[in-house]
Design a protein around this ligand. Structure first.
Ligand code: SF4
Length: 781
């Protein structure tokens, strides 16, 4: 086996020492870094035409067992006349603030390049120059060291030997993992109904390097049914990693349990499990010292992090199954930060269970690692019907005018001018008639965007990007960055936070196209919110799918396939498979109340018949029910009337902004054999992802088609979707609405033994195009 490693990856593994240091240091962007390297190269060539740049170097290390490690990379500059090699790094501000582990890494890279250069050119001695370019001033700081070829060779061998021990262990793990997975058997005596075709489809997708949309009902065992075939395909398709991504944290437990069950069937490698599984946890949940800065002076788990990392990393991979609790245990046993240990282990685990953000977000760790290491990855996305909205959020950004005003009052004088310029641009925003289209009202569109319920809200979609504002924002961001670099002692959280928001906004603005819109929501003088709202995430997600070997998206509601393919950026040929439901039509009585209209104009008139329907069904079959409405206002109106008319029937209701305890209390009312009606909002916390089997829930009333409210934003979305896909109404209103209806109705039948009723209360449910979107196994009247 011949191992290969890049100089950077080699040193990243072996050279970091000392503290973790994630103090805010304004760091150059990738494009600034490239520009900085080009600047130095130009300067050198101008001074000496023979100066070489980007010099490719390669060398081998052979250990005592004959194992070969091939190390390669490009040195930034070589001056043959002077016998000098250069490594260039860009930075902002005071060089003394650069973290020690960063500096150690830079020197290590330079020493390795030096060793490779001495070998390649037969040199006996070399000057090593570490060149730091300060981007604000263009000033260079050069640090020189002179070493003999013998010394450099010894350093090179030391790095290689340390890396080799780990790489060999990793190679053996990979061989053992793949051998074990070739023997992987299904951990139960039989597949559940529908689970086998589901597993076969996933295996075929992985084997043909394609994506797959998989619609399969609850109760079929989707988690195990997708993990099992993807793991089976891993050794056969040479997959390096598998990512299981969820929308919410509770979904992870199912995946971790299924992976544990599958892992139990695999032959262990000595003491270690054959399959390493990691749960990636958000920083807020993993941090042991909330509110503390992540550097050695402030947090004990950051102090000496890199010194203790090798032992922690070793212990973690030996343990192999690293859910949040196990990872924490290993981290604390070695006194390192659990969050950053998890980030490190994402490089070394076979299966990572995390949030969709970890692969699809702008700066997603798992996607970055996939690119950097050229991994072949399998991606499984649970509850994938939510990915459109989640991705829209990932590629949207907001700026609050009041926040800018607050910042201007307390900002240092040096920033007064750029912030004032930004303030002026902001105030003028949307003043030109030609720049806007929108409406002035206190509707839920404006309220939603501005969070100013009851206030007169003006909402505008800007028809052209606000160029002046964006320029001023970019200038303000540069000024703040330079200021923070020059005044490292003055860490102002508000200034930093604004800078992060400004940078995120300007980066998304650079990618602005007809997939997004600029919207301005004003709720009074000086109270404006400028948002860059993504409408069609496809252009951002398509490269993420293309970077995977195979991505399987699954959910109980994932049709029509075109809708998801188009909006998510999946290739047009991505198949959409609907797995037959294990439930029979006779399990669910579906009724449609054609005499009720829940349209906004008819709401008042609909209250009485809805109340009568609920009471009549409850009296016919007492038990636990859920009733869904399009808004809290509608819900409250029906609850109030229901209480007056039928005070004897127990009711409980969803409130705005319920916390976890309140949500648990709501669900706790659904006891087996209980009686009452829970009132909830469609698309909210109780309309999907909750499991109330048996007689914990025997019926659902749905008094809405789930259509998003008509407003300027929604209408713009419809227009854009019409222009791009020719399906404006379907894609903006009908499909997302019906998707929510089917999710909510799906709470009733959870097992083949369940029986129940769904009452759809609106005449539009009888329309053929709406009926076509309801599950095929339902018996519609
Ligand atoms: S424990 Fe918390 S404060 Fe300390 S390094 Fe980790 S995330 Fe940062």
């Amino acid at each position: 086996m011949r191992l290969k490693v890049a100089v950077r990856a080699l040193c990243d593994f072996t050279a970091r020492r000392g503290d973790l240091d994630h103090r805010f240091t304004p760091s150059p962007t990738a494009s600034e870094g490239i520009a900085g390297h080009e600047l130095i190269a130009e300067r050198r060539r101008a001074a000496d035409a023979a100066f070489e740049t980007e010099v490719a170097l390669e060398g081998e290390y052979v250990d005592a067992t004959g194992q070969v490690l091939c190390v390669s990379g490009r040195a930034d500059g070589v001056d043959s006349t002077q016998g000098r090699v250069e490594e260039v790094k860009t930075h902002r501000g005071d060089l003394a603030r650069m973290a020690d582990n960063q500096r150690a890494l830079h020197w290590a890279q330079l020493f390795v390049y030096g060793a490779l250069l001495c070998r390649a050119r037969g040199l006996e001695r070399l000057t090593l120059s570490l060149v730091y370019l300060e981007l604000g001033s263009g000033r260079e700081t050069r640090l020189d060291e002179t070493r003999t070829a013998v010394e450099l060779e010894a350093i090179f061998k030391e790095h290689c030997a340390r890396y080799m021990a780990w790489a060999k262990q990793e190679g053996l793990h990979r061989e053992g993992r793949d051998a074990a997975l070739r023997q992987l058997g299904f951990p139960f005596a039989a597949f559940r109904t529908g689970q086998r075709p589901l597993a076969e489809a996933v295996y075929k997708a992985a084997s043909t390097s394609r994506g797959l949309l998989l619609q399969a009902p609850t109760g079929i065992g989707k988690t195990l049914g997708t993990l099992f075939p993807m793991l089976t395909a891993m050794p056969r398709q040479g997959l390096d990693r598998l990512f299981f991504l969820t929308m919410k944290t509770p979904g992870r437990r199912l995946a971790l349990d299924a992976l544990a069950r599958l892992g139990d069937t695999l032959e262990p490698q000595g003491e270690a499990p054959a399959l390493r599984v990691l749960e990636l946890v958000a920083r807020e949940k993993a941090c042991e010292y909330p509110g503390t800065a992540c550097h050695g002076d402030a947090c004990p788990l950051a102090s000496g992090f890199y010194d203790r990392l090798p032992a922690a990393r070793h212990a973690a991979v030996e343990r192999g199954r690293l859910d949040r609790a196990a990872l924490r245990e290993v981290a604390l046993a070695h006194q390192v930060c659990p969050y950053y240990l998890g980030q490190e282990l994402a490089r070394w685990c076979d299966v990572v269970v995390g949030d969709v953000n970890h692969y699809f977000d702008v700066h997603a760790l798992l996607h970055a690692l996939t690119q950097a290491h050229d991994w072949r990855v399998g991606v499984l996305v649970d509850e994938a019907h939510n990915l459109i909205d989640r991705a829209r959020g990932m590629y949207s950004a907001e700026l609050d005018q009041r926040r800018l005003a607050g910042l201007r009052r307390q900002a240092p004088p040096a920033l007064a001018k750029p912030l004032a310029r930004l303030g002026r641009q902001w105030a003028a925003l949307g003043d030109h008639e030609g720049d806007k289209k929108g409406d002035k009202k206190g509707d839920n569109q404006g309220n939603k965007a501005g969070g100013q319920s009851g206030r007169d809200v003006e909402y505008q979609v800007l028809s052209v990007p606000p160029g002046g504002m964006l320029r001023a924002l970019g200038q303000a961001a540069t000024a703040i960055t330079d200021y923070l670099a020059e005044h490292p002692g003055e860490v102002d959280p508000a200034l930093q936070e604004f800078l992060f928001e400004a940078l995120a906004f300007t980066r998304l603005a650079e990618a602005f196209d007809d997939h997004s819109l600029f919207e301005l929501t004003r709720s009074g003088r000086g109270r404006a919110l400028l948002a860059l709202r993504n409408l069609i995430p496809a252009p951002f997600l398509a490269p993420r799918f293309a970077a995977s070997h195979s991505a399987v998206l699954f959910s109980a509601t994932l049709s029509p396939g075109d809708y998801f393919r188009d909006l998510l950026g999946l290739p047009a040929q991505t198949p959409c498979l609907e797995v037959a439901s294990p439930f029979a039509g006779e399990q669910l009585e579906v009724r449609i109340r054609r005499d009720i209209s829940t349209r906004y104009a008819h709401r008042q008139a609909s209250i009485e018949p809805i109340v009568a329907t609920l009471a009549e069904q409850f009296q016919r079959a007492p038990g636990n029910y859920l009733a869904f409405f399009s808004s809290f206002a509608y819900l409250e109106a029906v609850v109030a009337r229901f209480g007056e008319a039928h005070g004897e029937i127990p009711v409980w209701r969803q409130e705005r902004g319920m916390d976890e305890t309140a949500r648990d209390a709501f669900l706790a009312r659904f006891v087996a054999g209980g009686q009452g009606i829970g009132f909830a909002v469609l698309g909210g916390a109780f309309a999907e992802g909750i499991d109330l089997p048996g007689d914990r829930l025997i019926g659902a009333f749905i008094a809405t088609l789930g259509l998003p409210p008509v407003g300027a934003r929604q209408e713009t979305l419809r227009e854009r979707l019409e222009a791009r896909f020719g399906r404006g109404f379907d894609y903006a209103y009908q499909y997302p609405g019906l998707n929510k209806v089917v999710q909510a109705a799906g709470r009733v039948i959870r097992t083949p033994e369940d029986r129940g009723v769904v009452v759809l209360m609106d005449d539009r449910f009888a329309r053929p195009e709406v009926r076509a979107l309801l599950p095929g196994w339902w018996r519609l009247p």
